[in-house]
Design a protein. Sequence first.
Length: 453
Amino acid sequence: MTTYKLIRPDDLRLLDDAAAVLNAGFDTLPEFEPEADSTTLHATLQTLAEKLQDNYPYAHPLYAGQMLKPPHPVARAAYQLAQWINPNNHALDGGRATSALEKEAVAEIAAMFSLTPFLGHLTSSGTLANLEALWIAGKERPGQRIVGSSEAHYTHARISDVLKLDYQPLETDDNGRIAVPALQELAASGVIGTVVATAGTTRFGAVDPIADIIDLGHEYGFRVHIDGAYGGYFGLADLPETLKRHYTAIAQADSIAIDPHKHGLQPYGCGCVLFSDPSVGRYYQHDSPYTYFSSNELHLGEISLECSRAGAAAAALWATQSMLPLTSTGEFAKNLSRCRRAAQAMAEDLAADARFALVQLPELDIVVWAVSAETASRASHLASRVFDIAAENDLHLALIEVDVDRLDTSSTIQADQATITCLRSCLMKPEHEAWQLEIFNRLVAATEASLAE
């Protein structure tokens, strides 16, 4: 019987070969061995390996719950290779090679959005990318309001609170997108400084009507920030024209946040922020002569709120984009389309089965559904049991609380409470397209078991 290998021997051999090349670059130095007790090191790693077994199988296709996508093998190897140097991309003398790699990789992300000119850099997370974008928004539109949908990520309200910015959530339409009429009415009052438009909400995967928001921004003079942390890469995928129109409009946004550690196949610790106006770099200016002495070229720390940042993240991103270019015809884009097709197929199977009630059709690769029952309370109980039973049989889903009125109009579930516990899947792995039927069959088995209790 063939068993699943989380760590493949080939990956380690390739890293060993690359390590030999890296070592050759430093072979002119006198011999030096860092102090390390190999016996203790071995024992510690053995113990750690056992402790790390206490995790869900995030990389396996049967993990279809939270928004977790395994790094590409080249990203893992590149990150580990760079970590032997441990470069710091704050200043060029702390990470000469990786600073250059970061600039190249970020330029490729900007080109994916057709953003030119631009100013941008990597961050340690999408949260930090969004924070920098809203910080600049506050500088550019002082005293004016930040507006996002009620389905925008909760981080925007928290960031606004930290930055002492006025933030207002707006209602959404039936599909979880910001309601354009409500936005236009508020914009007419002149209070809006920046609108956060989400390219893929983290609850339902809904894409705000970005093109319409951009048009309103031109009409009423507000800035537009795109939170594409989760769904920003989908502009490369095979999308219907209605969605493609909104992704194309991102090129006209004032700022963009994206998380390469989601669909960009990177380890955690890799976000990215982009600005369409390079002159906003003036807000970052500061004096740090002891770190910026090695070159008159732009140091990444001069356009970032963060100081020390892992250069290894830039190395991993550059290697991945070198192997899988960000083009609409390449393997990277095709794999995004496979994820979306997996979600579409899952939704079709759920909608055709009376045991389930679909919340809405997926726009990207997130699917949300309820277990059919007479009442919302009973359906919530069943969903929790399905979640547990499925996990016992190696299928890992997620739970989410949804307003009962968000269910499809064909649902017969009675609203004996305001919210209903639903099941949620992020089908973020391209392999999910081939595994979708297996996932659905295991879901059905878990559902039948819960109904029989």
